[in-house]
Design a protein around this ligand. Structure first.
Ligand code: B12
Ligand code: SF4
Length: 460
């Protein structure tokens, strides 16, 4: 079949992110004999015209639309990407069968399919099921029994099945160079899954609770190709947690060092599983920055958010980074169940003590179906059972709802290393655009060291 792969993501904050999900699908689809073309809408000035051109030029039988993000999960000015997806689907349906999938889609498959009017949706990983679905479409067979496949008009579907072997992404049809130039990095995935259960988090739902590791030789071959074929010099590992399991992370780092790959990289790491030995291996393999999904500096809040680590772990991990000279950022998530003025101030105090390169803070926690936070929100009357979560609802602890924006803005403005995207502290889109002009490689938060003073653009 003639198949058009469309990446719907046009978000450029904090930077444009290469459509790695779609690139994982290109290999299996090509091996199944399909004739592939790609339309990436990220850099298109006129997405509708680009779509019309691609449809006219390729006459696709099927159009695969990837929805990475549902919205930007940023309170208070949240942007939904669903209207854009609806327009894409409407335009494509005139031409061929439209199939939607991706992480954004997989969070609420039945509702999104109904909202955008595609022919099929696929929840979860597409590598195995998508070729099967296309075969059904080609032969006119019923696809409703395939795992993860949602047929238009259906009220239920067979749950997705996790694939057992993660192959390598096929990037040759995509513009790796432009993302590397404008986003400052390429992305690589070494494993899928997260065994933890933080109260608000969707990652275990999206990737499964069991860690599935990619063969180290496949990862090395992929990185070598990024370096040698695409001139990539900076990587971001998109794993939910790079340093768990620790022995796998060590083995990978040692193999990267042995292969003498000339790249620097950063990743999300868990403060519970970082040791001097592992950090040594990471630095030797080119790591120059790490990010902690710490969420809070209050022990009470860490417990409420069901984090697997303690304030003491945050202290230990931060000390390690400082002693070993690696840039590090802590991500904060304010507003969870039980958050008060005091716990917010505790977080600021802990960050002052830990002296990270940057602190990136979000306020309000988006509520997703089937998370512990969803059930808390129902019990507290913030949402009702069965209420649609397509339009984002943010959980903000009742005791700080009226004062959190002012408190967090004023405390963040007193410090030079805080970035609060939702409240426009050191993070307006204009500011990010300006920083990107310097062709920064790696995370933009590393640049905060050069800021003379904090900047705040009042919200309109
Ligand atoms: C790493 C990551 C980041 C990194 C990206 C770094 C980089 N250089 O790539 C950073 C921190 C920068 C980031 C930023 C953001 N992120 Co993010 N991110 C992730 C994370 C953890 C992994 C994404 C990834 O690369 N996955 C690996 C690929 C292989 O998986 P995949 O894309 O899901 O593709 C598979 C399937 O979905 C499926 N598939 C994909 N497309 C299609 C299409 C069809 C038709 C089919 C059948 C199947 C299919 O098959 C693929 C292969 O198995 C996910 C959470 C998660 N665990 O998935 C969140 C996630 C994607 N991010 C999310 C969001 C919201 C954002 C931001 C908007 C947040 C913000 N305000 O800054 C920005 C947007 C950035 C941008 N420009 O788009 C949300 C999206 C959902 C939502 N609520 O909208 C997620 C799901 C997290 C969440 N909250 O649940 N992110
Ligand atoms: S926040 Fe991190 S550790 Fe917690 S469940 Fe999500 S991915 Fe796992």
């Amino acid at each position: 079949m003639n198949v058009l792969l469309v990446s719907a993501n046009r978000e450029r904050d904090p930077y444009p992110v290469f459509p790695i999900g779609l690139s994982f699908l290109a290999g299996p689809l090509a091996r199944a004999g399909h004739n592939l073309s790609v339309l990436d809408l990220c850099f298109e000035k006129d997405p509708q015209a680009a779509l019309a051109d691609a449809l006219a030029g390729n006459c696709p039988d099927a159009i695969i639309v990837s929805l990475r993000n549902l919205d930007n999960v940023t309170w208070p000015d949240c942007r939904s990407y669903l209207p854009g997806l609806r327009t894409i689907v409407e335009t494509c349906r005139v031409c061929g069968t439209v199939i939607v999938g991706g992480s954004g889609f997989s969070l609420m498959p039945l509702e999104i399919l109904a909202a955008v009017g595609a022919d099929y949706g696929v929840a979860g990983e597409g590598e195995e099921v998508l070729p099967l679905l296309l075969a059904c479409i080609d032969s006119g067979a019923d696809a409703s029994g395939l795992p993860g496949v949602v047929v238009a008009g259906a009220s239920s579907f067979v749950p997705p099945r996790l694939i057992s072997r993660i192959c390598s992404p096929e990037r040759s049809l995509f513009n790796v160079d432009r993302y590397h130039r404008e986003g400052g990095m390429a992305n690589v995935q070494t494993k899928r899954g997260c065994p933890f259960s933080c109260s608000y988090c969707t990652y275990p739902h999206l990737e499964g609770r069991v860690m599935r590791l990619r063969p180290i030789e496949d990862i090395l071959a992929e990185i070598s190709s990024l370096v040698n074929d695409y001139g990539v010099s900076y990587l971001y590992f998109v794993d939910d947690i790079f340093n768990y399991p620790t022995d796998f992370a060590s083995q990978l780092c040692r193999a990267m060092k042995a292969a003498r790959l000339p790249v620097n990289w950063s990743a999300f790491i868990n403060p519970d599983f970082i040791t001097v030995e592992l950090m040594d291996d990471m630095l030797a393999a080119g790591c120059d920055a790490v990010e902690f999904g710490s969420d809070s500096g209050s022990q009470r809040m860490l417990k409420n958010l069901r984090k697997s680590f303690t304030v003491e772990d945050l202290r230990m991990a931060s000390r390690l980074c400082r002693d070993m000279g690696v840039d590090f950022a802590h991500y904060m998530l304010f507003g969870g169940s039980g958050e008060t003025r005091e716990t917010i101030l505790e977080s600021f105090a802990l960050m002052d003590e830990l002296r990270p390169t940057a602190v990136i803070a979000m306020t309000g926690i988006r509520i997703y179906p089937d998370t512990a936070l969803y059930h808390t929100a129902i019990a507290e009357g913030i949402i009702t059972a069965g209420q649609s979560m397509l339009e984002p609802v943010f959980y903000i602890s009742p005791s700080i709802r009226d004062c959190c924006a002012e408190l967090i803005t004023s405390e963040a403005m007193k410090r030079k290393n805080w970035v609060v995207p939702g409240l426009q502290v050191n993070a307006s889109s204009a500011m990010l655009d300006a920083i990107r002009l310097f062709k920064v490689r790696g995370p933009l938060w590393k640049m905060i060291k050069g800021l003379g003073r904090s900047h705040h653009r009042p919200l309109s």
